[in-house]
Design a protein around this ligand. Sequence first.
Ligand SMILES: NC(=O)c1ccc[n+]([C@@H]2O[C@H](COP(=O)([O-])OP(=O)(O)OC[C@H]3O[C@@H](n4cnc5c(N)ncnc54)[C@H](OP(=O)(O)O)[C@@H]3O)[C@@H](O)[C@H]2O)c1
Length: 327
Amino acid sequence: MDKIINWGILGLGGIAEKFAQALATVPNAKLYAVGSRSAEKAKKFAKKYNAQNSYGSYEELAAAPSVDVIYVATPHILHCENTLMCIKNGKAVLCEKPFAMNSKEVLQMVSLAKEKNIFLMEALWTRFLPTITKTLELIASGVIGDIIQVKSDFGVKAPYDPDKRLFNKELGGGSLLDIGIYPVFIALLLLGEPDKISAEAKIGKTGVDESFSAVLKYKNGELATIFSTFLASTPVETDIYGTKGYIRINRMWHIPTYLTLVMNDGHSEDIKFKYKSNGYDYEAEEVTNCLLNGQKESSIMTLDFSIKLIGLLDNLRKVCNIKYSMD
Ligand SMILES: NC(=O)c1ccc[n+]([C@@H]2O[C@H](COP(=O)([O-])OP(=O)(O)OC[C@H]3O[C@@H](n4cnc5c(N)ncnc54)[C@H](OP(=O)(O)O)[C@@H]3O)[C@@H](O)[C@H]2O)c1
């Protein structure tokens, strides 16, 4: 029988549930153990998703034998601490986005993973969706010509709760790091690191950026216009405008969706995909395969890319004075 990769999940909130559902569809992968601050919650989660073991602390999960890889699904402020603990215990890590709060933390995580020769990846799941793979193929084929502008937004009208993750500064709240990271990610993926950035943010009562907007300018004059907000529901689309036509990654572009290719002569075509689960299976499959092949890093979502991404987020924050205690 093929080797099975035993997964652990650390922090059992909303995204952990979605990831556990998707993991069940991934070949050669099994949810083996879960860890929560509450033993009771861990037990319930383990039962719901058929995990063999449950632990009432993150430390116990990190130390658990037979766990190959741990998915870190806690609030941003804990990503660095939790990841370092898992790596120190010899566990490979898939850590939720943003990888950590700033470059300083990400560099610490990457350097420990390299020193211990342990696999590490940021859970930027969108990178693995067929929409993104196909977009890159279409651009490389030259069908839309040279990229002139990218426009990407992510706005959701989030219920205001100063104590919960999104608006709570102590938990790393704010729209840029939570959802604005997706438009920043697509701009970085398609156009690289910008030469010049301008950005503005609306800081709310709890001290977090409730709305954020930026224009990024690149070497050859390409522009990216990106924004995020918790105050309004926006289209959540990405458009890539080229000299011959454009690609739209349709509504809720960061999750499984479809593409529309529109040529300058008005001809348009929808490009659809078949999905077997909620989309988190693609990143889980990538990590599982990397581990089966003995890789210490994904060649698709590289550590270098994650370092550039957090560096860009740091710079954008600096321009509009978004600060956290760990900066
Ligand atoms: N990839 C995606 O599509 C996606 C979507 C949503 C979120 N995320 C990322 O995933 C991370 C978690 O988001 P989420 O929406 O799952 O959050 P959530 O529902 O609030 O869950 C976070 C979990 O972290 C643990 N935790 C530890 N210390 C905590 C504290 N002081 N306050 C609150 N929770 C604490 C809790 O698990 P225990 O009680 O079990 O210890 C909690 O259930 C975030 O970094 C976010 O950016 C990614």
